[in-house]
Design a protein. Sequence first.
Length: 255
Amino acid sequence: MGDSARESKLAGQFFDAAIGLLQQVRDQDAGEVAAAGTAIAEAVAAGGRLFAFGAGHSSLAAQDVVYRAGGLALMNLLAVPGVVGVDVMPATLGSALERVDGLAGAVLDSSPAKAGDVLIIISLSGRNALPVEMAMNARALGLTVIGVTSVAYATETKSRHVSGTYLKDHCDIVLDSRIPVGDAELTHEGIEAPFAPASTVVTSALMQATMAAAAEEMVRLGIEPPLLRSGNVDGGHEWNGRVMTEYADRIFYRH
């Protein structure tokens, strides 16, 4: 067999590591995921709005639940300029902005978020000023805050917020991604740094599981979940148009 047919031992090890983490969060975070789904469903039933925030690569899981087929139409991205992704130049500026005091408050004050809404804050480490202040300010405004973070960072790293606290300390519900500190699953002889991060896989799975739990709870409450269909299937655009018209006052990414 040629080289192209060889299996990569390390690739297989990464899949095993990711599957192991997914099993952990499925089994150990089940109650918290259900609680997060209930909070979202109850907010929708009460006329509330839904927001998701993440900085850097944590923003990927937030973006994954906004305006997508099979997702809740009401989930809005709470964007902070310069920290949503790697499009900012230089890329290191995004990391620096996560440590700027006061930025979260300014963003929330200028956003449509208000009491009774739900904000999901995703931060792997939960130690930087931006997610900590975002959670503190959101709760002060009367929002329900769901944090998605690795609780291990709170015992193995030092907080970068003046309070010495972490994201997990300012949430109504915490979903623990159980990602090891450093976010690298593999090591190998001849490779100096650990590699192969799994946080995006696991965090995105937690987010989608939470959306599924929310849809399930909405049905129990007698509400048709406002889900989007793929625009690449027949009738998808018409379906989405109906949903977006019905919930236009709670969808902000279209304006």
